[in-house]
Design a binder for this molecule. Structure first.
Ligand code: PMP
Ligand code: GLN
Length: 384
């Protein structure tokens, strides 16, 4: 393994899912739903397969039906207008979108400022691109993890090439506010930075929180690559259909990298996702309501079990602090948890460069059936 990748080893998600299987534990580690997305969307995939749509290489940028549907979705939800031919690119999940964007836009030696904790592929992709990651740590403040705007500003240097943003944020569940996003946008414009924004949990925001795409802020549309995922929005993580929307020059750059990563992927599923994106608002509302109820169930259960809970405003993850349980090392806690309670969770420290800043935090996924969450809570209560 080369020096760029040597520090990364096996992704925590594979490691923890294997641990769950091996120990027969309830897997609240890796974030994937245990209920598949809508039947009609699965039927659409079957129809595409049967009708011979997408069984051979789809077009490099994605099938026109899906690019048109992505553009229509951005217009309908956010009033953002993108040309399906030049401003939309279909990718093999958001994972490839992140990789291709960083490989295309980062020069060796460039600095990439990312919110910490960060989704694990960010660090690896920045490294593969030869860039240097500059983490800005979200810190606990009155029940949620917040961005310190002065720290963000201080992290930008003459070598900074781009800001890598994620809202709603995995693993903390933070949804960046209008004020925070305004400040990020102003900084990007002032320092002439590109922004890659991972908005795969755009539909999972709860209560009064609102998802505001960075591309809607003044001066941002031209400098922002926005990433979405059918895995997250329609509960088909195995299909690996994602996309970016951006200005033509940025899409063209990302495509240059993407064509040599997978070239194309997921032919028949692209047609099905095109239909999914056109589902009525009631689908998105019901999906959000289902996850809100699950968030409440797991958050309350974890609090009763003795964890300090950071009730998430978005995503399907809840971050907890294990110190009230008399623990301080999330790694050790998560390694022992299958044995002690038959539950698997993720130590947030894996998402940090400043490991000590993440040490006491542990993430649980709640995109699981209610009976599964109930059983997990019952088991975790025995810890105390
Ligand atoms: N970004 C974030 C923040 C995620 O949580 C995930 C999925 N865990 C991804 C990207 C990857 O998405 P996909 O499965 O579409 O590749
Ligand atoms: N995004 C999911 C999570 O955060 C996992 C994705 C993966 O396994 N690569 O849990």
């Amino acid at each position: 393994l080369n020096r760029r990748l040597a520090e990364f080893g096996t992704t925590i998600f594979a490691e923890m899912s294997a641990l769950a299987l091996r120990t027969g534990s309830i897997n609240l580690g890796q974030g994937f739903p245990d209920t598949d997305g809508p039947e009609e969307v699965r039927e659409a995939a079957v129809r595409a397969l049967r009708d011979g749509r997408g069984n051979q290489y789809p077009p490099g940028p994605g099938v026109p039906e899906l690019r048109t549907a992505v553009a229509a979705h951005q217009e309908r939800r956010y009033g953002l207008s993108y040309d399906p031919d030049t401003e939309v690119l279909v990718t093999a999940g958001a994972t490839e979108a992140i990789a291709a964007a960083l490989l295309a836009l980062v020069e060796p030696g460039d600095e990439v400022v990312a919110l910490e904790p960060y989704y694990d592929s960010y660090a690896a992709c920045i490294a593969m691109a030869g860039g240097t990651r500059v983490p800005v740590t979200l810190r606990p403040h009155e029940g949620s993890f917040r961005l310190d705007l002065d720290e963000l500003r201080a992290a930008v240097t003459d070598r900074t090439r781009l800001l890598l943003i994620n809202t709603p944020h995995n693993p903390t569940g933070t949804v960046l506010t209008r004020a925070e996003l305004t400040a990020i946008a102003e900084l990007a414009v002032e320092r002439d930075l590109l922004v890659v924004t991972d908005e795969v949990y755009e539909h999972l925001v709860f209560d009064e929180a609102e998802h505001l795409p960075l591309a809607t802020f003044p001066g941002m549309r031209e400098r922002t690559v926005t990433i979405g995922s059918a895995g997250k929005t329609f509960s088909f993580t195995g299909w690996k259909v994602g996309w970016i929307t951006a200005a033509p020059a940025l899409v063209s750059a990302v495509r240059s990298a993407k064509q040599f990563l997978t070239y194309v992927s997921s032919g028949p599923f692209q047609y099905a996702v095109a239909e999914a994106l056109a589902l009525p608002d009631s689908y998105f509302a019901a999906f959000r309501e289902d996850m809100r109820a699950k968030r409440d169930l797991l958050s309350a259960g974890l609090a009763e079990a003795g964890f300090e809970v950071f009730r998430p405003a978005g995503t399907y993850f809840v971050t907890t602090d294990i110190r009230p349980l008399g623990e301080s090392d999330g790694f050790a806690f998560c390694r022992a948890l299958p044995e002690r309670a038959g539950v698997v969770a993720i130590p947030n420290a894996v998402f940090y460069d400043h490991r000590e800043a993440g040490a006491p935090f542990v993430r649980f996924a709640f995109c699981k059936r209610t009976d599964v969450l109930d059983e997990a809570v019952a088991r975790l209560k025995r810890l105390a």
